[in-house]
Design a protein around this ligand. Structure first.
Ligand SMILES: [Zn+2]
Length: 512
């Protein structure tokens, strides 16, 4: 029998050190018994059991749970610690991301070989497995339902003051994932569907299409939003485009009742941090980038690098061609430059890219986070400078406007020109102010850890759309030199592609 040190984690009970073969005389709780049984079946020796006092995983995030932290410290201090067994995932986390960023990421960074097991699942427990994620989601849903019953006894805690200065949402249906405790209540609170909303954003950030997500939810009998009878592309889209989930209040998002086409974000009245959002700014930023991307419906195409590769000679973006014949088993698809009539095999280019990619991210999580800190601080400075120079321009234009006289030659033309410039500069200023806010929110969001951690895993383990999503978030462009059969990858500084592109463009405008 293989004897290994084994650290188990349990939620309700006491510390147990079974190494000493102690029998305390108390009957073990069912959970402890199951953990011991699981350890035995895996051929492990249970060294220590961590037992949390009766805290609900739903209310306390993983970072705040005392025993989970003790377990983390214990594992980090003990070089022999190699595995954790827990009772089931609902006991570990109900907030999906917290166990990940608070426990798995910091522990696995130091001990990449640490394995996790759940007494409820066969084999190793993998946080990236969709089944595990679905189980986490359903566990969250169940505890939220229980919690909302308990909540009604404590609703004195909620600040119900109508005079807290915050704007109220105009009467309408509640967004899916939120509810009111009673008709009189002003505040909307997350309900049992909140985790479904988080799950949708999460899957979308991994490149899964609206249709695929809808099918998954429909097949799992997850209740759909009341406006929709079923999960389909449009109910998923309704959730993915709703600013409410980020904690912002928006009004007048429809141009008119007959025209449901959404206005662009600048035209919507927006109050940031208005209520408790369900998803953080990172997840929002990334899902919106995918939504706006022109290839959003082709994330599962075998051409993982579509629109990312260009020809060094002529600058043209490479096109793709699938030339695999039904008879031949070999995939002879390729990327090609239509200008130079040159081509490179798809598999060759993918292989080269993946090798380079693995080298690039081998430096680890910490240095990536440091890089991002520097980058975001540069961005903030750039935004602040741009806003200041726009303010100066606006002052000058206002002064010009004040000195214009009706008796001046070309008065009408001048007036029009100055006014339109003023309008443009004001709009630019508002835009950069909103970008600055976005960067500030993003630098506070812990989710960045999880997103960068995706780049560090073995890329072969991902599905096609997952690979595509990871390349889109991490690669700026690939330059292919057909003459020398050589290529060069330019990586992104952050996964926030839209902001990074804007900052690059602003910098280019200044230096040119
Ligand atoms: Zn070319």
């Amino acid at each position: 029998m293989r004897i290994q040190h084994k650290y188990s984690y349990n939620m309700n009970g006491v510390y147990l050190v079974t190494e000493e073969k102690q029998n305390t005389g108390h009957s073990l709780s069912i959970q402890e018994a199951e953990i011991l049984l699981k350890a035995k079946s895996l051929g492990f020796l249970v060294v220590i059991i961590f037992v949390e006092a009766a805290t609900s995983a739903y209310h306390t995030t993983a970072q705040h749970r005392v025993k989970m932290n003790e377990m983390k410290e214990f594992i980090l201090r003990n070089p022999n610690a190699n595995s954790v067994i827990f009772f089931d995932e609902s006991r570990v986390t109900r907030l999906i991301e917290d166990f990940y960023t608070g426990f798995i990421v910091p522990v696995k960074e130091k001990i990449p070989t640490l394995t996790l097991y759940s007494t409820k699942l066969e084999g190793e427990w993998d946080e990236n497995d969709p089944i595990v994620q679905m189980r986490l989601t359903l566990a969250y849903e169940e505890s939220a339902r229980k919690s909302s019953t308990a909540y009604s006894y404590h609703n004195g805690v909620i600040n119900k003051s109508p005079n807290d200065g915050k704007p109220k949402r105009p009467g309408s249906r509640y967004p899916y994932g939120y509810t009111k405790l009673s008709k009189e209540d002003i505040e909307l609170i997350p309900d049992e569907n909140a985790s479904i909303v988080q799950f949708i954003f999460y899957l979308y950030s991994y490149g899964y299409s609206e249709k695929k997500i809808a099918t998954l939810l429909e097949n799992s009998n997850v209740p759909s939003p009341s406006e929709y009878n079923h999960w389909n592309d449009s109910s998923i889209r309704y959730i993915l485009t709703n600013h409410w989930y980020k904690g912002d209040l928006t009004w007048f998002a429809r141009t008119s009742y007959s025209n449901s086409k959404k206005k662009s974000i600048e035209e919507i009245s927006l109050f940031s941090n208005h209520h408790q959002g369900l998803i953080g700014s990172s997840l929002w930023e990334i899902t919106q980038f995918f939504r706006n991307s022109k290839n959003k419906d082709r994330m599962n195409s075998p051409f993982l690098l579509r629109n990312l590769v260009f020809c060094k000679d002529c600058g043209e973006t490479l096109k793709t061609k699938n030339q695999t014949s039904a008879k031949s088993k070999n995939d002879s698809s390729f990327y090609f430059c239509s200008n130079c009539k040159c081509k490179v095999r798809k598999d060759t280019l993918h292989q080269k890219t993946i090798n380079d990619f693995a080298m690039r991210w081998a430096r680890g999580l910490k240095s990536q986070i440091q890089t991002f800190k520097k980058v975001s601080s540069n961005w903030k400075q750039m935004c602040a400078k741009t806003i200041q120079s726009l303010k100066d321009d606006i002052d000058v234009l206002r002064y010009k406007l004040g000195t214009l006289k009706e008796t001046d030659e070309f008065y009408e033309e001048l007036l029009q020109a100055v006014e339109s410039q003023l309008k443009f500069q004001e709009k630019q200023k508002l835009y950069y102010q909103s970008v600055l806010l976005r960067i500030e929110e993003l630098s506070k969001d812990q989710m960045l850890l999880e997103i960068i951690a995706r780049f560090l895993l073995d890329i072969y383990r991902y599905s096609t759309e997952e690979k595509r999503s990871i390349f889109l978030l991490s690669i700026k462009q690939i330059e292919f030199d057909f003459k020398r059969d050589h290529f060069n990858i330019e990586y992104r500084l952050s996964p926030y592609v839209e902001i990074e592109t804007l900052m690059d463009d602003s910098l280019e405008m200044k230096t040119s």
